[in-house]
Design a protein around this ligand. Structure first.
Ligand code: URA
Length: 441
């Protein structure tokens, strides 16, 4: 290890050389003492030059063991987990964790904060008054034993190396990298200790992976890393051309998740949650096939058991469950400003990245590491792809606390819409499902 140093690693990666196991071990072992600027330079070199499967697997393993690896053996099985690579309006975890727990599987979910233009589950949950997202491993396990689900942020003890890298990537333009995303996602999943893991790889304008090829490549790398590290992973590639559901923000996304658990959510969000849930139920051996899983989950929503489980989860994590009856008790914006269509026709595209950017202008995202975000602001979409629009009709409503920001966000939201004379065909939400890596074939 004598001649390993950060400058050499940055230069090696910049010039396209692969790191050895020892070098990666040194890097992750010394992460705490290295300055942000050198880690950031290394991250950028990885974005530009990539990593091979061996490096990605070792980086993942080292990040997973950089803190505690949760031992879920004291928790009733099967134990499942799900993770999205990040999108706009993606509140699937808020729905899926209670839904699956109500179906009899344990959901041990560690989530992140917003990253780049995408929102984070942990930030969203903090819109619920009193909700504690920081649980110790003991508290996390106890809650799983008691109610079958817990959603918490990664703490200093679980995959702390990812915590450090994730926060820096968010503010240095180094998110979009297959090996870095794969290592970040899979390391957290390994540290969280579940038996069956579903990874939802988002693809499209609002995702870090813009093309289906890139998304499939990321899915493949994550499956390969999972297989090499002995984890059962299912990868789904799902659409993120336009935002998921109608709400982008924090409090308003929690409200939409509540509606979905009550059977009144948007169709795209409901369908995706049921499909991912059914795949996990099948993977966990709880149902014979995915079709039976779908039926089971639809019945659980219908019976009220899913929303009841969310109530239990909010209570267990110190939140105010009255939010279910009164979602407007969460932070609300000063202004609700409609954005009207300037032309008539059909919405043929709604760029999720641009919508995410509009949300950021309103204060729903971070521009610098650790900055506070405004949980009240966001966007309530009214028109989505396929909808007919007349001039002057409302496309969406900005939830704002600052008029100047709202003006800039309105221009951005308008720019996100493409309106044409003819409608386009609706795209399926789920584009592909993989259970085996082609890389290891
Ligand atoms: N989600 C993660 O957990 N990490 C990433 O790098 C991207 C999305």
């Amino acid at each position: 290890m004598a001649n390993i140093n950060i400058l050499k690693l940055i230069r090696d990666k910049r010039d396209g050389r692969a790191h050895s196991i020892e070098e990666l071990g040194w890097l992750i072992g010394n992460l705490d003492s290295l300055p942000d600027y050198q880690i950031s330079a290394w991250l950028m070199a990885v974005v530009c030059r990539g990593m091979n499967v061996e490096e990605t697997t070792e980086l993942t393993r080292l990040m997973a063991v950089s803190g505690d690896v949760l031992d879920l053996s004291s928790v009733p099985g099967p134990r499942v987990d799900k993770h999205s690579t990040g999108g706009v309006g993606d509140k699937v975890t808020l729905v899926l964790a209670p839904l699956l727990a109500a179906a009899g599987v344990t959901v041990a979910k560690l989530s992140g904060r917003g990253l780049g233009h995408t929102g984070g589950t942990i930030d969203k949950l903090e819109a619920i008054s009193g909700f504690r997202t920081s649980l110790s491993p003991e508290e996390f396990l106890e809650q799983l034993r008691q109610i079958g689900c817990a959603v918490a942020g990664q703490t200093g003890e679980l995959a702390p190396a990812d915590g450090r890298l994730y926060a820096l990537r968010d503010v240095t333009g180094t998110v979009e990298s297959i090996p870095l995303i794969a290592a970040s996602v899979v390391s957290k999943k390994i540290a969280a200790g579940a038996d069956v893991i579903l990874l939802d790889v988002k693809v499209g304008q609002g995702a870090f992976m813009k093309s289906l090829e890139e998304a499939k490549a990321l899915a493949d790398v994550m499956l390969a890393v999972g297989e090499r590290l002995g984890k059962r992973i299912i990868c789904v590639v799902s659409d993120m051309e336009q935002p998921l559901g109608f709400n982008i923000g924090h409090a308003n996304e929690v409200e939409e998740a509540i509606l979905t658990l009550q059977g009144q959510g948007p169709e795209d969000l409901t369908d995706l949650c049921v499909e991912l849930g059914a795949l996990l139920l099948e993977g966990a051996g709880k149902v014979e096939d995915v079709a039976s899983g779908r039926k089971k989950l639809a019945a659980i929503i219908e019976s009220g058991a899913a929303i009841a489980k969310l109530r239990e989860m909010i209570l267990a994590q110190g939140g105010d469950p009255a939010v279910i009856e009164n979602p407007k008790s969460m932070p609300q914006p000063k202004y609700r400003i409609p954005v009207q269509a300037k032309e008539a026709g059909f919405v043929t595209a709604l760029d999720a990245f641009v919508v995410g950017g509009a949300g950021k202008i309103l204060g729903a995202g971070r521009l610098v590491k650790g900055a506070p975000i405004d949980l009240a602001v966001g966007i309530n979409l009214v028109k989505k792809v396929g909808d007919k629009v007349e001039v002057g009709e409302i496309l969406g409503v900005l939830l704002a606390n600052d008029e100047g920001q709202a003006k800039a966000a309105a221009a951005e939201l308008l720019a996100a819409y493409r309106i044409a004379n003819r409608p386009v065909e609706a795209q399926p939400t789920i584009k592909a499902v993989f259970t085996k890596s082609a890389l290891l074939a």
